[in-house]
Design a protein around this ligand. Sequence first.
Ligand code: ADP
Ligand code: MG
Length: 566
Amino acid sequence: GSTVETLEFQAETRQLLRLVIHSIYSNKDIFLRELISNASDALDKLRLESLIDSGLDADTSDLHIALEVDPDARTLTVRDNGIGMSREDIVELIGTIAKSGTAGLLEKIKETGDAAAAQSLIGQFGVGFYSAFMVADRVTLLTRRAGTEAGTRWESDGEGTYEIQAVDGLPVGTSVTLHLKPVDGEDGLADYLAEWKIRQIVKQYSDFIRWPIRMAGERADEEGATTRQVDTLNSMKALWARPRAEVTEAEYTEFYQQISHDWLAPAETIHMRAEGTFEYEALLFIPAQAPFDLFSRDAKRGVQLYVKRVFIMDDCEALMPDYLRFVKGVVDAHDLSLNISREILQQDRQIRAVRRRLVKKVLGALKDVQTKDTERYLKLWGQFGRVLKEGLLEDADSTAALLELVSAASTHDPERPTTLREYVGRMKDGQEAIYYLTGEDRATVENSPHMEAFAAQGYEVLILTDPVDEVWVERVPDFDGHRLQSIAKGQVDLDRPAEGDEAAEAEKARREQEFSALLPWLTTALSGQVKEVRLSSRLTTSAACVVGDAQDMTPTLEKMYRAMGQ
Ligand code: ADP
Ligand code: MG
């Protein structure tokens, strides 16, 4: 054979492997889900590539995944006849973790050290393949990329290095052979050679995989003779293609967990079918909990695109706007080219219509929760509110729907956030604007001198402390005809003397007279630092406060822009 080369895992990969193998993960069974999902991806890719590139000489007549057990060698093999990998692919995909955010992931696991966190994090970063080392002390991979001749053998004990070698005569596709660790109940290591165990794991995690997952087993026939028989272990049913009435809650949850790698049940499920000129099925989920990377720049979005059950792409940004990136699910469109690119999708008129409809559905589902179960809604808002508010900057069509969803802390009841609609319902007679104050945190806002007069006179003020709040309150002209008014800006005159109240008029004139010398003097003395010194009725206990012009940036926004280098 050819020479064996020994290469080192990238440092981060080594670190990750150590965590995967030694500490973090209690549920070892999921290694099989990860390997099957990789095999399934590889089959999707080959199918797609052969449809696009008719020159690709690949046999796609019997795409499948095979599980093979060798009790004597104590090995379990996951084999696929999918796209395969070239030598370069392997080094790049298996030897290194190029994905950004890995360092953050490692930090987080180290910090929390808890298995649940690890469980939710794993898979999101392509730790998938490495999960094999939870159950195997050696992994051998044989693979040949479709359209190429050279095959490759890869082997590692997951410690620090791997061996790589060219091999002739391999079929197209990939086989991953696990040299299993001894069964150890305490360590969560089941008998992964046992047929029942394998069946159970496949059923639990990979039932909706759209390729047959086959395994050979011994069966006793009627005469008592044993025969070998190959079974398909998964049902392969595409849940989204079935009528809603025929799908159970448990099936939805299972499907959601499979596509999201979440271990919780989804908070909301949206299942719809559109008929007419552009047919599609959509099955969308709102998770109960935000993923840890919701605010990382290259966090994955959750919607996959299929065309007539053929997987086309993950993370389909054309189908879901950025501010709904936490929504997971599947859209299966019937009349698209398999060849479709992300760029074309972005411009496609029909896809845009689908997206508008999906956005409406998702916001509608959130609205339903808000109407039916406030507590549950506030929980969801706690998870996704910050990102939903980004929609007020991005999606003018949805402003009205989004404003209905906004919940904010308020001086009305410090314990309980309010909606804008509730706020409007409580407005004082003659109050026109919705008052708010932004700031870095709640204590700062609540103790701001700007609050004094409003508190003293019983006006409710919204307390907005998310960085994005600074921006959307500027963009959104009004809610239901009521202007959003910062109490830190411009002239907010709370006690304008009532028409014909002569005593008050006289008092105001007297005060202006009294300070007529002081104000210009202060304005000059503070020139360069303030624009004007005014007499105010805002304050009750503080002597003075700094107020912005109506068109000025707020201090937090100023800081934000400065931090962004603008
Ligand atoms: P992820 O699946 O999230 O990308 P994995 O660690 O599971 O991360 O796999 C890393 C990469 O290795 C895959 O993206 C794929 O390119 C490649 N790979 C893994 N298994 C296979 C396989 N059976 N056939 C082809 N490529 C594979
Ligand atoms: Mg994977």
